[in-house]
Design a protein around this ligand. Structure first.
Ligand SMILES: [Zn+2]
Length: 312
């Protein structure tokens, strides 16, 4: 009888330890996420949209069509421009070689459309595209799994952000996303000209202002980064051992570390004084009664030193 009671206490304590540590739903403990995606390489994405995003400290995802990018100099998206964008933290995603509907061509040609574009982007920029968008958003299960191979994922749901968008509709969409701890992926083509462009640049800026008003609740990051975070978050297992004020956490993630590269935010109500993973000091943030520690799910054991009091 006594042994059973002791066992129960030990078990409860260990369950309690685990419950104290989880991976936050989104990075930095934000309630929801938002990714800007831009399709087809319309030139005013470069001249009008990117300066506005960068002014606010945001980065977008640009789905480019391989055969549309000129070799050498040119206006709009060139390989030099694309390489530079990637260097500034924007994501360059794959949107096929020639923008044909992948459901309306033989499967072998669809494979070529995808892989040729991937290889071209890698060859010209040195960066492997980590996400994919389907021309006309047309895909089935087989096409989807082919296109996602070697990547973190593909865009399958999106909120149009363009000439057809209304302020009321978009505001509602944003607020629902935050209420539901969701992830909003916007899809934009032209800004002032081209497919589904806005009435003017100011209209586009108006939508950015709606987003900025909600930035405290939103993690704004490129599509592949959010996809990577979500899949790592859902895959990782945390082995937790607490000894006095020292906590050892062993993260185990079964995903391919070559392509899944997002760091995760560990969340705990306990106050953490110092956090290390291997030889690296980890970033520790404390707010709203919780601590967030940014860690790499592939980099081995994490050691946390807890503070004596919650206010330390
Ligand atoms: Zn397109």
């Amino acid at each position: 009888m006594r042994r059973t009671a002791l066992l129960a206490v030990v078990l409860l304590f260990s369950i309690n330890c685990h419950a104290q540590f989880r991976v936050a739903t989104y990075k930095d403990g934000k309630k929801a996420a938002l990714s800007f995606t831009f399709d087809d390489g319309a030139s005013d994405q470069l001249t009008l949209a990117i300066p506005q995003l960068e002014e606010r400290g945001w980065r977008g995802t640009f789905y480019i069509i391989g055969s549309f990018i000129p070799e050498g100099d040119g206006n709009g998206f060139t390989w030099n421009v694309i390489r530079d964008l990637a260097g500034r933290g924007h994501e360059i995603g794959s949107h096929t070689m020639t923008h044909r509907n992948l459901l309306e061509i033989p499967y072998e040609e669809a494979v070529k459309e995808v892989y040729d574009c991937d290889s071209l982007i890698l060859a010209r920029t040195g960066v492997r595209p980590l996400s994919f968008a389907f021309p006309f958003n047309a895909a089935d299960a087989r096409i989807k799994s082919m296109a996602e191979s070697g990547k973190v994922g593909s865009r399958t749901t999106q909120a149009v952000l363009g000439g057809r968008t209304t302020v009321d509709g978009f505001t509602k969409r944003l607020d629902e996303t935050i209420d539901r701890d969701g992830w909003l992926v916007t899809m934009t083509h032209g800004i002032e000209k081209g497919y589904d462009h806005f009435a003017s640049l100011e209209t586009f800026i108006g939508y950015l202002d709606l987003i900025r008003d909600r930035e405290d609740d939103l993690w704004i990051a490129p599509f592949a980064e959010v996809t990577s975070y979500i899949k790592e978050r859902d895959d990782v297992r945390l082995g937790v051992r607490i000894k006095g004020r020292k906590v050892r956490i062993v993260p185990e993630c079964s995903l391919d570390r070559e392509i899944f590269r997002s760091t995760l935010s560990l969340e705990t109500p306990l106050p953490v004084r110092k956090a290390r993973q291997g030889r690296k000091d980890l970033k520790v943030m404390r707010f709203g009664g919780k601590t967030l520690v940014e860690f790499n799910p592939f980099a081995g054991n994490i050691v946390l030193k807890l503070s004596q009091r919650a206010d330390q």
